[in-house]
Design a protein around this ligand. Structure first.
Ligand SMILES: O=C(O)c1cc(=O)[nH]c(=O)n1[C@@H]1O[C@H](COP(=O)(O)O)[C@@H](O)[C@H]1O
Length: 268
């Protein structure tokens, strides 16, 4: 089970930090290194501090780097078998196509979890959730500036659309107990409302670091009483912490610092 694997890892290394793998070709070329060795160096440098890695699929497919994506997921499984991999693909399509997206994430890439867009409704999520041992991370309240244009719309029931997503996820879509939700660190108030709606469901929180999310407010709003329940994800602020030959060391230091900052607010 994905959630068991995740929480075991979180306890084992006392970390809620997830490092996002968003390779930008210009930055990597400037270091004079190829993509795969760069990824391995970043992973080796940060692994001790993370509960998960989250490769973002567009950052690979845009440069026709599907093979390095396959290889790096395999590398993580082989060298760090306790660290789950969340493939950030934000898929969303009718059932017959969703089945192929599920095969892409779980078969082709061997990911432990993927991100999906719930806009098409519950029947389009079951092709993913039927993989009982995998995680399905559903977009609920995204971190971007204008996420409220649709997600905050107030429905006839009086509740905003993102909370309807949270309610559906908790009460109707989660038959296999393998759903998680995405809530941006840039919206702590909404995070508190989601936490109230979904009980103990784990939440993936992007938006710390480059997007300026508030770490203290995020933990205050979303942490479960057992000190878990959140996956705090950062990409650029960790993997591009340095732009010189010591880039891996800089990434390691940024990951360790962020892990410690998170733990500071977990215990205070
Ligand atoms: O699903 C996601 O991971 C995601 C959801 C969201 O609401 N906001 C968001 O930024 N993300 C992803 O999280 C990563 C954030 O990257 P940084 O801003 O560099 O930490 C990117 O890969 C985004 O695609």
């Amino acid at each position: 089970m994905f959630i068991d694997k995740l929480e075991q890892r979180q306890r084992q290394v006392n970390s809620l930090l997830c490092v996002g793998l968003d390779p930008q070709p210009t930055k990597i070329e400037a270091l004079g290194i190829n993509l795969l060795p760069w990824l391995k160096n970043i992973i080796d440098a940060t692994a001790d501090h993370v509960c998960a890695f989250k490769p973002q699929i567009a950052h690979f497919s845009a440069m026709a780097a599907e093979q390095p994506l396959t290889d790096i997921i395999q590398y993580i499984h082989q060298n760090y078998p306790d660290i789950p991999v969340i493939l950030d693909s934000k898929r969303g399509d009718i059932g017959s196509t969703a089945e192929r997206y599920a095969e892409e994430a779980f078969g082709r890439y061997q990911a432990d979890a993927l991100t999906v867009n719930p806009y098409l409704g519950g029947d389009t999520l079951s092709p993913y959730t039927q993989y009982k041992d995998k995680g399905v991370v559903v977009l609920c309240k995204t971190s971007n500036q204008q996420s409220g244009q649709l997600q905050d719309l107030v429905l006839q029931s009086g509740q905003p659309l993102f909370l309807q997503v949270a309610q559906l996820a908790a009460q109707y879509w989660n038959n296999n107990q393998n759903i998680l939700l995405v809530v941006g660190a840039t919206y702590p108030e909404q995070l508190a409302a989601v936490r109230q709606q979904v009980g103990d469901m784990p939440l993936l929180i992007p938006g710390i670091g480059a997007q300026g999310g508030d770490l203290a407010a995020t933990l205050e709003a979303g942490l479960r009483s057992d000190g878990l329940g959140l996956i705090i994800s950062a990409s650029r602020s960790v993997i591009y912490a340095g732009d010189g030959t010591d880039y891996a060391k800089q990434a390691e230091m940024a990951a360790e610092q962020l892990k410690m900052d998170i733990n500071h607010f977990r215990t205070h």
